[in-house]
Design a protein around this ligand. Structure first.
Ligand SMILES: Cc1ncc(COP(=O)(O)O)c(C=O)c1O
Length: 393
């Protein structure tokens, strides 16, 4: 079984490029160029250098002693929260800004939910002196205010998406509309492992630095490269794709993907896409998608802005369908409690997205000698307001 993208841009039956004709030249040019550009020694050198000196990689692989004691298993945290800008998103934006430069583009657009991808995009645009426009749902603008301020300080223009649920899906629609109107000078930096081929594969490759590092770091700490499990939360699926990438074909490594159940999988207020989704097309790719019987997209819900997306990247749809990955849905309440546990036991306040991953420790039992690596995708600073309200701090 192949879990990587095939030459036609598919992961099994999922993926492809379903785009308006106006965008075809852009996406086709990217498809033809991306692997060649990524393989150029000068590209690799610049990418590696920026990851090291600007982002601060490698991010530590930290043995969480007190968490391990509480749950009676060996818990490691991959500290993407320590990256510059506070999440894994910057790995991808560094890669894509270098790609955009080599494609001769001067204007950057992006969508954002939690604001982490928007901040990471505004950051690399400031670094490279490029114009930056970030689309963000009105609701997300309200619940992620610190990140909106950061984007503005970094010189980006934040444009509100006012349609639909006024969250990530709607911001993505606006960004695609912009790209259709500005196809020549603009590169669209998609922030997750979604979108038309080659985006899911390109984003996954930029994020795969996470699992590349886990391998050698675990070898140093445990004497073996492969953990028993890797665990990550899934919005569109970029931090998970990067965490899983180098383990996809290592049969002894269990893969666990954690989705947002919101108020409960069957509550009608959820973002548990794999369980609730059916095959459909969203934002340029064929994947599992929450929809009504006549194919209208269902509005997703999660307390976490980065996870309330009605679809999941095509790679993850394939991992779900083939049974390669175990999918677990975690409610708002379970995630919030897990965020508190991590804060109290390890002195690390996680992003609410990442808290979802840790919540499985309450229900999914692991053996005492098993090594379980959690991707700590981001830090909780941006979510302080939500934590304050929830816990009445
Ligand atoms: C900290 C953090 N983790 C996870 C996610 C979810 O995105 P993805 O599934 O692409 O990793 C986000 C999205 O904004 C995020 O900010």
């Amino acid at each position: 079984m192949n879990y990587n993208v095939d030459e036609k841009g598919y992961y099994g039956e999922f993926g492809g490029a379903f785009i308006p004709e106006m965008l075809y030249p852009n996406v086709e040019n990217l498809r033809q160029q991306y692997l060649k550009i990524m393989a150029e020694p000068s590209f690799k050198k610049e990418f590696d250098q920026l990851l090291k000196d600007y982002v601060g990689r490698p991010s530590p692989l930290y043995f969480a002693k007190r968490l391990s004691e509480k749950y009676n298993t060996k818990v490691y945290l991959k500290r993407e929260d320590l990256n510059h800008t506070g999440a894994h998103k910057v790995n991808n934006t560094i890669g894509q800004i270098l790609m955009a430069k080599r494609l001769g583009k001067s204007r950057i657009i992006a969508e954002t939910g939690a604001g982490q991808h928007g901040v990471a995009t505004a950051t690399v645009c400031a670094l490279m002196g490029m114009e930056c426009i970030v689309y963000m749902g009105e609701i997300d603008i309200a619940r992620q205010a610190p990140n909106v301020a950061r984007m503005k300080m970094l010189g980006a223009e934040v444009r509100p998406a006012k349609s639909g649920s006024r969250t990530l899906k709607d911001a993505t629609n606006e960004a695609i509309r912009d790209w259709i109107n500005n196809p020549v000078d603009t590169h669209y930096i998609i922030g997750s492992a979604i979108g038309p081929h080659p985006y899911p594969d390109m984003v996954t490759r930029f994020q795969s630095i996470i699992s590349e590092e886990i391998k050698w770091q675990l070898k140093e700490k445990e004497g073996r490269e492969n953990p028993d499990y890797v665990v990550a939360c899934i919005g569109g699926g970029s931090n998970a794709a990067g965490t899983f990438y180098h383990f996809l074909h290592e049969k002894e490594v269990g893969i666990i993907a954690v989705e947002a159940a919101g108020l409960g999988v069957d509550s009608g207020e959820s973002a548990a896409t794999s369980v609730l989704g059916k095959m459909g097309i969203i934002h340029g790719c064929k994947t599992l998608l929450m929809q009504t019987t006549d194919g209208q997209i269902t509005e997703p819900y999660s307390i976490s802005a980065g996870l309330d997306y009605p679809g999941v990247g095509p790679m993850h749809a394939h991992l779900y369908k083939t049974g390669r990955a175990e999918f677990i849905a975690v409610t708002d309440d379970e995630a919030m409690q897990a965020g508190m546990v991590l804060s109290k036991l390890e002195g690390i306040i996680p992003a609410i997205e990442s808290s979802h991953a840790f919540a499985i420790l309450e229900t999914r039992k692991f053996q005492p000698e098993e090594v379980v690596v959690f991707n700590l995708s981001g830090r909780g600073d941006k979510d302080l307001d939500t934590y304050i309200k929830y816990f009445k701090l």
